[in-house]
Design a protein around this ligand. Structure first.
Ligand code: FDA
Length: 306
């Protein structure tokens, strides 16, 4: 058994599974709906995300589409305020573009019927062009309840922002979550932050209802300063943050009248997602590792990398 397999077994089979609840709504749609209700009650919109990526079996990819159809129908039946966000590789992009289009079709139709906006998450740079091409094909087919994600750390994103602004497509801007080489991505925090501010301003000035996805208070301040300077009101854009991350900031912005959407992941594939969130906050790791060491006779083996 590899180190990460041992670690996963330890985590999933100990009471620390509860720790995942901080960042993941639960394993099924019932849990998701409860978290969406809570977000709505706190004055926020929600973004439902069924966890999973890099699916290479058709059955699994179809199952993911089934889950999205179910969750959107139930969001509508309950009258909740929620959009949805998915990854193309979860719906079968690696199986083939034709399979992806076919599998995506009923998700798109259900989204339209249910009034749910569908956002396609951006994965590693290996997928950037394919994701943008697949998005633009859908756009050219007339779908308008869809949006893309651009990552401020990529050199190419300046051109992509201009392009999406010309198209009139809704963009979510985030810093970017994958380890990318210097040929494609800025490497320092300062460079990424500068790019984030520049792209935010372009999206606010020339784009269509952009989503500024960050928990970084400096990025949020820069966004608010620019919006105020340019006379862009709270209905011109929204902030997006991850479920369980900087809940204080989410509530404060919503109370101040800004639009905030909480990205709420759920599903059985919560383990890699939790590892990514914990990797962003080493203090949580120490807390978890300490707790697990106390509970297991052989200590704790932490998985490496993302
Ligand atoms: P940064 O990492 O600098 O964090 C700023 C501050 O936020 C930290 O100092 C801390 O206070 C707080 N913080 C951050 N992470 C925390 C944590 N886990 N726990 C507690 N506090 C934390 N990426 C991608 O590549 N493709 C995508 O499609 C998306 N989609 C997406 C949607 C939404 C709604 C969000 C918010 C983010 C994404 N991302 C993403 C992830 C994004 O690229 C990025 O990795 C994270 O948001 C962290 O970057 P920040 O901008 O928050 O800044």
């Amino acid at each position: 058994m590899g180190q990460s397999t041992v670690a996963k077994k330890v985590v999933t089979e100990t009471p620390l599974r509860g720790m995942a609840r901080r960042f993941v709504a639960g394993e099924d749609v019932d849990h998701l709906l409860k978290a969406i209700e809570d977000a709505n009650a706190a004055g926020m919109n929600a973004i439902a995300n069924y966890l999973g990526e890099s699916v290479d079996s058709e059955a699994q990819a179809r199952r993911a589409a089934d889950v999205y159809v179910e969750l959107m129908e139930r969001i509508r039946a309950k009258g909740l305020r929620s959009n949805a966000s998915l990854k193309f590789t979860q719906l079968g992009q690696d199986i083939g573009e034709a399979f992806l289009r076919d599998n995506l079709s009923r998700v798109l139709h259900t989204a339209e019927q249910c009034g749910v906006f569908l956002r396609f998450d951006m994965e590693s740079s290996e997928y950037t062009q394919r994701t943008l091409d697949a998005f633009e094909d859908l756009w050219n087919d007339g779908w308008r309840n869809i949006g893309v994600v651009l990552q401020a750390y990529l050199h190419r994103s300046l051109g992509d922002v201009h392009h999406m602004n010309r198209l009139g497509a809704q963009v979510r801007l985030c810093k970017g979550a994958y380890a990318e080489p210097p040929e494609v991505a800025f490497q320092t925090r300062d460079e990424v932050d500068r790019s984030f501010v520049e792209l935010t301003q372009l999206l606010l000035a020339e784009g269509t209802y952009p989503a500024i996805a960050t928990h970084d208070e400096r990025m949020i301040e820069a966004t608010l300063d620019f919006a105020q300077r340019e006379g862009i009101g709270a209905d011109g854009f929204e902030f997006q943050m991850l479920y369980g991350v900087r809940r204080d900031l989410q509530q404060r912005l919503a109370k101040d009248g800004w639009r905030v959407s909480a990205y709420i992941p759920f599903g059985e594939a919560w383990y890699p997602y939790l590892m990514r969130r914990l990797a962003e906050r080493p203090a949580y790791m120490l807390f978890m590792a300490g707790s697990i060491v106390q509970e297991t006779p052989f200590g704790f083996l932490w998985p490496k990398g993302r």
